[in-house]
Design a protein around this ligand. Sequence first.
Ligand code: CS2
Length: 469
Amino acid sequence: MRLSPETLASLPAEVARPLYDRDAQAVGIVHFGIGAFHRAHQAWYTDAALNLDNGNLGERDWAITGVSLRSPGVARQMNPQGGLYTVAEQSGEGSALRIIGAVRNVLVASEEPDAVIAAVAAPTTHIISLTVTEKGYCRTASGDLDFEQAHSLSFYYFVTQALLRRRNAGLPGVTLLPCDNLADNGAKLHALMGQYLARHEPDLVAWFEANCTCPSTMIDRIVPATTDEDRAGIAQALGGLQDEACVVTEPFSQWVIEDKFAGPRPKWEAVGAQLVADVAPYETAKLRMLNGAHSALAYCGLKAGHTYVHEAVADPALHHLAETLMRHEAAPTITPAPNQNLAAYADALIARFANPALNHRLIQIAMDGSQKIPQRWLETLAENAAQGRNCPAILQAIAAWLHHLTGANGPVDDPLAEKLTAIVNRNPNPHDAATALFTGNGPLAGTWQPTPADLETLTAACTGVQTAA
Ligand code: CS2
């Protein structure tokens, strides 16, 4: 038996569930990229807003239509369950289960493109949110739109077709809400969408500028990929009901949103989100400290033979590396918001990484390094260099990334994999590999200017020689 609206009533009493009338809610949000992260984060906040006051006085008409661009996997998991799924919050202290009811259905864009356009163009839709991963924005190394990648199966295409319909029908614009780990994600999306429109629908540019907004957001929750073992454990806790769409996450969650909406939005601030004028200090701290340390633990941890984040951070040498990167390299580049305490943030991050109940695979974090390291490491390096400071921890992490690119941890999963692997394998000396990657016509040229001292530290790190901090 599957979890579904029909079987919901038979769940054990301790499993929390939607308190509002799901069928009475109009779809207000269309979300592109409905993976585990969206289900444990934005959909979870939206469900909590619908649940407010025991569901009696909660927000209304914010059901979500999820969109997968290509893979039918999530639609096959969720649609037979009427969109219902479990969020399991797990820590050393135990586990808490809640059934989320905010997602109405999932569309697969490659199979039903018109339905996707119709959903975005519907009069009840006000927000188009995105978790398409860093590479889903289809950028060149210099940050412009890569028109070759942004073809007819990208969110740019579907949003554009729907905006045309909205304009022609005299409907209001929408808020485009990016929820991916890019610095200044709202301004970036705004610029990229503008480039797409200027090329494909130039007449729509002025309407887009006047009627749509792209707030920046900082999103934070650690959500490892769900495993068969997770699904089996959750089925047991659901009294035997099978949930193919369940997600496992940590108790912690944070969402900081720039308050710049084109139209209505759910009262997310009533359920823990922060609506602020400037997301930058939160976002910079999150990208450079959390994600920066995560990627360092991933590449250095894999090199040291570990599998999970909690194992890597329990290794004294890697613990020291993560601490150094966060406290001595990233934190000094961040101007904190009032009440933002970066030392306490680093303490909390170490504790979150150590969560023994989350089997967060290092290889999952190691994916798509070329898309991640500019905002996680390279901006930190550049800002420290401008102040005359070295970053031995980040350079050690880059050395481990070069090692990863040789295929040492298995096939490299990165949109630039072929080029990157060819370069590191042609240049066994890390000095030459970094020069070929980051300078001249290299695939990452412009993202970092390694100094001679950087290259020396890198070479020493690759050969395992300790360098002075
Ligand atoms: C991770 C992130 O996979 C990765 O690259 O660093 O997904 C991380 O878990 C989240 O950003 C935490 O909010």
